[in-house]
Design a protein around this ligand. Structure first.
Ligand SMILES: NC(=O)C1=CN([C@@H]2O[C@H](COP(=O)(O)OP(=O)(O)OC[C@H]3O[C@@H](n4cnc5c(N)ncnc54)[C@H](O)[C@@H]3O)[C@@H](O)[C@H]2O)C=CC1
Ligand SMILES: O=P(O)(O)OC[C@H]1O[C@](O)(CO)[C@@H](O)[C@@H]1O
Length: 382
């Protein structure tokens, strides 16, 4: 059984690889990072270490690498015998791998394969696989459409495991937190015979992905933007400051109220979920750089992303958004000289009014919310 996984980075090796290996798959990691690909082809195995007491290790074997930059045809050829396709490559990169996936699908069609297969995007975004499908369809012909609809599934998914930026002498070694959650929308599966152990199949993914994105990712990003504003470098360091911690708790109370109202999560259970998530952020075995969690602020300030969507949806329901709005203002002030989007944001704010920048970046139409964010920003920027 072969699985093709796009993105041999932290979550690819540190989570998806572990699950696929446990389920008996041979894994072809597709990546443009030559060092990673060469190491995979040299060793055919790697080690995951759990960042918890005793630091237990897990071996992942039966793996190899394909460099899609230099060997795209090899990627396409491997689609013929693959039984699962996954990605963990970053939302912005999905359009760049879409042409290869389209060619791979055409390869299966040419081989008259009637074995259904699923393409699962494991990215931090709502509707990741659906978005990838739209990108893939752009590279297919009209006559391919029936084949895609019949045999190729793009079920959305949510993945949750904290894997910080890290660097080891062994390029494949990866340290991850013990906690893990991978949920796949079973309603969009085509290969319904394949059920991965370690994956939860949900008839309706939306509550899971929203609860995860608007708690783990909103909470983490709040820690990062507020923490950076207060002068910290790492997530755990920032959360030791009560000012930061309180803002994170207040933000999660706001998104929590929305989740409880929208999806009828039990309020007490949701409180316990928040407590669990906060304890993961301060895991003493992990040092997570603020720059990783805050990366690409323009994307994170997007219309359907971790701040703006809860603000919009809470407003529609008359719920509180004071601390979400305060955090967006701090995100606008986030600066990292190595982050292109942060640099772009700074330039935008130098050349346009903050109201214009908020409209452009968040796509918000509600002028009252735009004014509230702008007011907070102006106070902070003084
Ligand atoms: N690190 C984490 O804790 C988690 C990350 N995620 C999501 O997983 C995705 C990947 O995140 P990480 O693994 O942290 O990032 P990463 O940077 O460690 O891994 C991404 C990999 O994609 C490769 N890549 C970039 N452009 C490529 C291209 N055009 N073709 C082939 N490969 C390419 C990079 O070389 C890298 O190895 C993101 O969407 C992230 O939001 C989701 C849950 C947890
Ligand atoms: O990967 P993104 O979307 O840039 O956001 C980083 C977030 O993703 C995670 O790595 C996993 O959900 C979190 O630790 C962090 O909040």
């Amino acid at each position: 059984m072969l699985a093709i996984h796009f993105g041999g980075g932290n979550i690819g090796r540190g989570f998806i690889g572990e699950v696929l290996n446990k389920n008996g798959f041979e894994i072809a990691f597709v990546d443009v990072n030559k060092e990673i690909i060469d190491a995979l082809n040299d060793k055919h195995e790697y080690t995951i270490e759990l960042a918890q007491e005793g630091t237990p290790q897990i071996k992942v074997n039966n793996v190899y690498g394909i460099n899609n930059g230099t060997h795209p045809k090899e990627v396409v050829a491997s689609f013929e015998k693959a039984e699962l396709i996954t990605t963990a490559i970053g939302p912005k990169i999905l359009p760049y791998i879409a042409p290869l996936i389209a060619k791979g699908i055409q390869k299966r069609k040419a081989a008259q394969s009637t074995q259904p297969i699923d393409v699962v995007a494991c990215e931090n975004m709502i509707g990741g696989s659906t978005f990838l499908k739209e990108e893939v369809l752009k590279h297919l012909e009209k006559e391919d459409m029936d084949y895609v609809e019949q045999y190729i599934g793009f079920p959305d998914a949510a993945v949750d495991r904290i894997v910080p930026l890290q660097s080891h002498e062994d390029k494949l070694f990866v340290s991850v937190e013990g906690y893990k959650e991978w949920v796949i929308d079973e309603s969009k599966l085509k290969n319904t015979d394949l059920r991965l152990e370690g994956v939860h199949y949900a008839p309706n993914l939306e509550p899971f992905i929203e609860r995860k994105l608007f708690t783990v990712n909103t909470g983490h990003a709040t820690t990062a933007y507020v923490g950076k504003f207060e002068g910290y470098k790492t997530i755990d360091e920032a959360l030791k400051d009560d000012k930061v911690k309180e803002q994170v708790e207040n933000v999660l109370a706001e998104t929590g109220a929305l989740m409880v109202e929208k999806w009828q999560f039990n309020a007490e259970d949701h409180k316990a979920y928040i407590t669990k998530i906060l304890s993961r952020f301060v895991n003493p075995y992990i040092s997570d750089d603020i720059t990783r969690v805050a990366r690409t602020p323009i994307r994170k300030l997007g219309y359907d992303e971790r701040f703006i969507r809860p603000i919009r949806e809470a407003n529609e329901r008359g719920l509180e958004t004071t601390y979400l709005v305060k955090t967006v203002a701090k995100a606008l002030l986030y600066r990292d000289s190595n982050d292109e989007e942060s640099q772009k944001l700074e330039k935008l704010l130098q050349n346009k009014s903050v109201e214009e920048v908020i409209r452009e970046v968040t796509q918000l139409k509600d002028e009252t919310v735009i004014d509230r964010i702008a007011k907070e920003y102006k106070q902070l920027a003084q």
